[in-house]
Design a protein around this ligand. Structure first.
Ligand SMILES: Nc1nc2c(ncn2[C@@H]2O[C@H](COP(=O)(O)OP(=O)(O)OP(=O)(O)O)[C@@H](O)[C@H]2O)c(=O)[nH]1
Ligand SMILES: [Mg+2]
Length: 430
């Protein structure tokens, strides 16, 4: 979506409910998503139905009501709160003489407009093509152009008279393109995996920020960078009050006092009814979260719907196959809550905080430190003067509490990861 545009297209948002509790919220969110795709929401139509009507999704009376509402409000597009089947989409468009966009398409559009890196673009395109594949019909004009009009037609004619229809041909082209993009992604993600593995080998613990879109993950990352790195301004990630500001994973190194280094990654946010095809193709981006030693779930505590958002986050994590990773739950934006809770406020694995508050960020860093360095070993080492390398090693990886120079060598009391402690274990004093 271009930032500046003529008047945004007017749309009606529509949905059906089986009386589920969070229906109203999913409709509000649909409106937000529509705004994020630069639509102007001018009306809302809902229907209570136990099951969507097979052919038209809405009941027939509703379809007419929708058509009239759209006419009256001069809306050219109807956005539906679910993914529609190809035939529902077609039937509805025909009956209403309006353009229809379902929730999946809407989210794909937003992702498409936000994707910057090659990887993100490829991932969105795969998801989009997979969405379009079963919906291919008369929409094949685009493929003729892509395949280069005349050659495409020639190809069809030369098709051994097998009687392959234009539609079959289009599907084949699309499938081929999907296969090609997937291979591209695999090649890239292999590099990504190698990099992630290298990071793990260097024995630096990894922490991933996860959570609903717009919860404040990137702001939390930037806040920690500001406090715990050199030249933090060069390392800032993009944060903004909009849905899906982040589509690429960024990994940064955070250095807590005492050589306590860890890698922090900022990832794509989640949303309700995130299309499975999209989740599927974003697996590479989410690899960082999957490999993390610790997750920090960032929650927008100022949003009354935060419990639903947490549920969506947890469901999505499970979908990606992330289960059992230790987690800190950070209830962010406490500064924006009407009941003005005290913060930072730590309670077990929970922290009420604000990403804009230094004390909060220090508290969060403390909590992270306690968890990822839980296996740290404290000991005193006597290192002979002949092994200066060991002294340097300890100084570079450990939190050094005390150093004394004795006649027998350097006496150092230090805390470091069990793995690092193992390397200098021969000098440990009992
Ligand atoms: N008042 C207040 N605003 C915050 C706080 N944390 C984040 N924000 C604002 O919330 C908005 C979203 O923040 P981001 O950090 O971009 O959110 P995100 O979780 O990275 O979102 P996506 O990348 O879209 O998934 C921005 O406008 C931030 O300035 C906070 O503690 N207090
Ligand atoms: Mg972000």
């Amino acid at each position: 979506m271009p930032e500046t545009q003529a008047a945004p297209t007017k749309v009606i948002i529509a949905g059906i409910t089986k009386r589920q509790e969070n229906f109203e919220y999913t409709m509000t969110e649909l409106g937000e998503l529509a705004k994020a795709a630069n639509y102007n929401v001018v009306g809302e139509v809902t229907q209570k139905l136990d099951y969507p009507a097979g052919a038209t999704y809405f009941g027939s009376g509703k379809v007419e009501e929708l058509r009239m509402a759209a006419n009256m409000k001069e809306a050219a597009v109807v956005i539906v709160n679910d993914e529609l089947s190809p035939s529902q989409l077609r039937n509805l468009e025909k009956q209403m003489q309006l353009h229809l966009v379902d929730r999946t398409q809407l989210i794909l559009d937003i992702f498409g407009s936000r994707a910057r890196s090659k990887q993100a673009k490829t991932q969105v395109e795969i998801a989009r093509l997979r969405y379009e594949l079963p919906r291919l019909r008369q929409k094949n004009a685009g493929f003729d152009q892509q395949g280069g009009g005349s050659t495409g037609a020639g190809g069809a004619l030369a098709n051994r008279g097998s009687g392959e229809t234009q539609l079959e041909q289009d599907r084949r082209v699309l499938n081929k393109r999907i296969g090609h993009l997937k291979q591209e992604l695999i090649d890239e993600s292999r590099d990504e995996e190698v990099r992630a593995a290298q990071r793990n080998e260097s024995d630096i613990p990894t922490v991933a920020l996860v959570g609903y879109t717009n919860a404040g993950k990137s702001t939390t990352m930037n806040g920690l960078l500001q406090l715990f790195t050199d030249r933090p301004d060069d390392k800032q990630v993009f944060e903004k009050d909009m849905l899906f500001a982040t589509l690429d994973t960024s990994v940064r190194s955070i250095e807590l006092p005492g050589n306590r280094k860890f890698l922090l990654s900022d990832t794509v946010g989640f949303v309700g009814k995130l299309p499975t095809k999209l989740v599927d193709s974003f697996k590479a981006t989410l690899a960082e979260a999957k490999n993390a030693d610790l997750l920090v779930q960032v929650v927008d505590y100022s949003d009354p719907h935060y419990p639903e958002m947490m549920k969506v986050t947890e469901d999505t994590l499970r979908d990606i196959g992330i289960e059992g990773t230790p987690m800190i739950v950070g209830y962010n934006k406490a500064d924006r809550r009407d009941d003005q809770p005290a913060f930072p406020d730590e309670n077990g694995d929970h922290l009420i905080y604000s990403a804009r508050d230094e004390k909060s960020l220090r508290k969060l860093a403390d909590m992270i430190e306690q968890r990822i360095f839980a296996d740290a070993v404290s000991a005193t080492y006597l290192i002979p003067f002949t092994d200066g390398g060991a002294v340097n090693f300890i100084n570079s990886v450990a939190k050094v509490d005390k150093t004394d120079y004795t006649a027998d060598g350097t006496l150092i009391t230090a805390t470091m990861s069990a793995a690092n402690a193992g390397r200098v274990a021969k000098y440990a004093q009992d």
